[in-house]
Design a protein around this ligand. Sequence first.
Ligand SMILES: *Cc1c(COP(=O)(O)O)cnc(C)c1O
Length: 478
Amino acid sequence: MTSNLTLIFNKGTKRSQHNFIPEMDIDRADLAEIIPSSFQREDFPLPDIPEVEIVRHYTELSRKNYGIDSGIYPLGSCTMKYNPKINEVITRLPAFSQIHPLQEGNQGALELIHQLSEMLIEITGMDGFTFQPAAGAHGELTGILIMKKYFENKNLKKNKILIPDSAHGTNPSSAKMAGFSIIEVRSNNAGEIPLDHIEFAMQQGDVAGIMLTNPNTLGIFDRQIKDITNIIHKYGGLCYYDGANLNPMLGICRPGDMGFDIIHLNFHKTFSTPHGGGGPGSGPVGVIKELVSYLPEPSIIATEQGFVCREKTNNSIGRIKCFWGNFGVIVRAYAYILALGAEGLKRVGQIAVLNANYLRVLLKEKYHLPYDRICQHEFVLSDRGIENNITTEDIAKRILDYGLYAPTIYFPLIVKGAMMIEPTETESKISLDNFVEVMNKIYNETKTNPELLKNAPFNTPVKRLDAALAARKPILHD
Ligand SMILES: *Cc1c(COP(=O)(O)O)cnc(C)c1O
């Protein structure tokens, strides 16, 4: 696919031809002291084309793209919800976007961080927060390092951690990176965790605790959650809550009340930062009182003279990112929570659950639903009973032909041919009904026109890829 623009780009022009770029005002000889000569170049082939061509090029690219502004994005475990545009405006206000953490007069920014921390303490039932982690997985690593240091300080050798098979894949990875070995806990037929397995593991004495997503990746809320955290605590362990799935819990229940000691949230899922484009994220970590001193530093302390930054307590795991984390993401979360208020947040949770259950009940008429009970933010269908060798992948590709995005597929691993659907609270009933209609049409096509599904998609800029060839002989550039 070679557009006109690529041709122009390749032809290139010399820098001097662009009169909008000023001439270099440093001597080449001096430059060598700053930038090694191997990194310097004579030529800088920028395209020499009119503005209108550039605008058309990027507009064309944007039309080929699909995003939450185009339609439903039911990607399970991702909470791809619509984010109010007002929060984009607010975060771009110069008072937020044009400041530097080292400049004086940042009291307003520090106050915002401090207030947001207070709000999250109330929302989650924790006692302290850090906003340094830049993503969910980064938050997990931070939380697990806190757990590790806590046991090191107590001189306890606990180097194993329990993680259910229904956990997000990042959980075992983060724990492993922090040096723990993983004990996988098999969920039972109800998609929940068997208490006797946890009790047995904790009795061995070398298990630090558990990492848990509740609701889990099946969208199921573990009804025995308090028993689970009680057992872990009985043996001196800590409970980590992966709160990336907090969306359906908002204003309804709190991980702190369930007995969790360390949690992370995903601002880029639940709290209004667009997610999926590879932009900055934020995975704040909250802890109970006993662990507050372990949080990364510097921390912000409110004093009578204003907000000050404190560093160097003995317990802190140190910095895990510079300054305060991704500040723009923090501002969006702050604006989002303030705009919704307590009642609004609760409605987010309620409608997220209502929307998921609405789809679950309508779709299970045709598709197999392995865990058939009330779900939270999402639910998982399987390809069982689908005829003519049609796979989950074929169904997902065909959904694209109808102008929608597909669910998460083949995850969680405990469901064969999984389709994990999370509609979120921002979809209207019309949008949900349209999704069901498309899924039902595709179900009929699996019987009447299987060839069509095998070769889908037809209406997208990129057609079906040869996955095997792509893996064996990847072409990574043109
Ligand atoms: C998305 C997600 C994560 C990871 O978050 P990232 O920001 O992608 O690192 C962890 N756990 C759960 C349950 C998630 O849904």
